[in-house]
Design a protein around this ligand. Structure first.
Ligand SMILES: Nc1ncnc2c1ncn2[C@@H]1O[C@H](COP(=O)(O)OP(=O)(O)O)[C@@H](O)[C@H]1O
Ligand SMILES: [Mg+2]
Length: 484
């Protein structure tokens, strides 16, 4: 009750906190009103632990709570050096702006470019990004907030911040929403371990913030995948983060076989994410049993070269191509279709030709594509060889929840997602109940016939209409369909 009152009226005398010996005149007293914490936040403010780890659902009020806590510290102490560290400057600025606006009366200096605020107490708060943790070196901090701690570069803590706090005997407040059992989880576990009396952990759900409307939380419970809701709203440290792909290890089978040969009993899907600007062009070839059998990644920006390579592989494996047709992908698709109609390659060799379709990316269609692959991985419906760049891209591929609970998928900043997208396209294509899934070439008559029976899993589709099969009529390649 006492503390509740203390906070409810949060009024304190900043210059009274640690009177400086040099001051002769009585220091001016100034009242500063902080916010009114809700019950869950109050618990955290009241803790005396030197290291507090706060794992809560999104929108619990962590950032607001920590802003008030760091300001309180800066005003109660003279000449204290405080730091606010977030995974990016963009996030750090959220706190900077909040504090700058709310504390105008007691701010003596502020710099939007340095992201620094100084107070009448002589204390300062500087706002950093853990991306650029070298900028934190050489400072002795008395109080540090690590916001969105599950996304903070662990090295920022272990290499720079932790040692500076040891020198100053400073305090730290870690706040965030769980992301699997990463660095943040280990800090949280420490706070629950009696062997670390300096550490205390707090856990709360989004619903513990009385200012969040219940119906928004209920809508999220209905709309989001169960584990995403558990992680984001209930702040559960899931065994595997509600990262995008779960069970990656279970789908990795052997190494890529560079000598893989075309198997006429198979049907192939080729997923192509063309290189745009400065990334990679990734080609994934999957057979009808959804095994990645050929794969290549080139950083060749010349579209003619990229097209030629895709056409060559598609011809060699009689593959159906599904490519990203967004932006420059659209004219590329047209050119690829033209290449697919050809029955001779540049050297005059006969080629079977192929079909290409485009996939137009919008946020919604990308979500659908990625979720398709996500389910596939979870259900072990596909196999990939152990290709390190591909596997790593899958592991770090992530989602963000927009304020309107839209899921936005992407690689983390500075990383690529071309391998993931190319795989997702190949997998999407391989799942399609498209046309003659399995062709075989009858060597004597040079006639291709359907061999559906080879692949029992394709039967479920009953897809014998073979819609939109626009194979160019060519004498050497008469097409015979059998009705099933
Ligand atoms: N004690 C409080 N009083 C009023 N509003 C609050 C309080 N705590 C949090 N909020 C509101 O809840 C929302 C989420 O707060 P925020 O600090 O951004 O959450 P988090 O960092 O946990 O995602 C914000 O709109 C914030 O203003
Ligand atoms: Mg926040």
């Amino acid at each position: 009750m006492f503390v509740a009152l203390l906070y409810a009226l949060f009024i304190f005398l900043c210059s009274f906190a640690l009177p400086s010996k040099q001051t002769i005149k009585a220091p001016l007293k100034q009242k500063v009103r902080l916010y009114r914490p809700h019950k869950g936040q109050l618990r955290i403010h009241n803790s005396k632990a030197r290291f507090r780890v706060v794992a809560c659902g999104r929108r619990f009020g962590k950032t607001l709570m920590a802003c008030n806590e760091i300001v309180k510290f800066a005003l109660e102490h003279r000449n204290a050096t405080c730091a606010w560290v977030a995974p990016s400057y963009r996030q750090s600025k959220i706190a900077y702006r909040l504090i700058r606006r709310a504390m105008r009366e007691v701010i003596t200096y502020k710099s939007d470019s340095e992201l620094r605020i100084e107070f009448k107490s002589g204390s300062s708060i500087t706002f950093y990004s853990s991306d650029n943790y070298d900028a934190l070196r050489g400072n002795g901090f008395h109080f540090i907030v690590l916001d969105e701690c599950a996304d903070i570069n662990e090295l920022a803590w272990t290499e720079v911040l932790q040692p500076t706090l040891a020198d100053t005997n400073g305090k730290a407040l870690f706040i965030g929403t769980p992301k699997g059992r990463n660095f943040f989880f280990r800090l949280f576990a420490r706070g629950e371990d009696e062997a670390y009396p300096d550490w205390e952990s707090f856990h709360a759900a989004t619903a513990d913030n009385p200012y969040i409307r219940r119906e928004n939380i209920e809508a999220a419970r209905r709309e989001l995948p169960e584990d995403t809701f558990a992680q984001e709203y209930l702040a559960v440290f899931l065994e595997e983060s509600a990262g995008v792909f779960k069970g990656i290890d279970a789908i990795i089978k052997g190494l890529l076989n560079p000598d893989y040969k075309y198997d006429p009993k198979q049907a192939y899907s080729l997923g192509w994410d063309p290189a745009k600007y400065n990334d990679f062009s990734v080609i994934t070839l999957m057979d009808a049993a959804r095994r990645v059998v050929a794969w290549t990644r080139i950083n060749e920006l010349d579209y003619t070269v990229q097209l030629k390579l895709v056409a060559e592989i598609a011809n060699k494996f009689h593959a159906h191509v599904l490519m990203d047709m967004t932006g420059v992908g659209d004219p590329l698709l047209e050119q690829l279709k033209q290449l697919g109609y050809k029955t001779e390659d540049d050297a005059g060799n006969k080629v079977p030709g192929f079909h290409a379709d485009g996939y137009l990316f919008t946020n919604a269609s990308k979500q659908e594509l990625v979720q398709g692959l996500q389910l596939g991985v979870q259900h072990r419906d596909l196999e990939i060889p152990d290709i390190p760049v591909l596997v790593n891209e899958m592991r770090i591929f992530q989602y963000e929840l927009s304020p309107s609970r839209k899921i936005i998928y992407s690689a983390p900043k500075g990383y690529h997602d071309d391998c993931v997208i190319s795989l997702a396209l190949a997998y999407e294509d391989a799942k399609q109940p498209r046309g003659p899934l399995v062709w075989s070439v009858d060597e004597t008559k040079d006639v291709r016939t359907l061999e559906m029976t080879e692949l029992p899993e394709n039967k479920q589709y009953q897809i014998m209409e073979v819609e939109k099969w626009e194979e160019p009529e060519d004498e050497g390649y008469t097409i015979e369909m059998e009705a099933y």
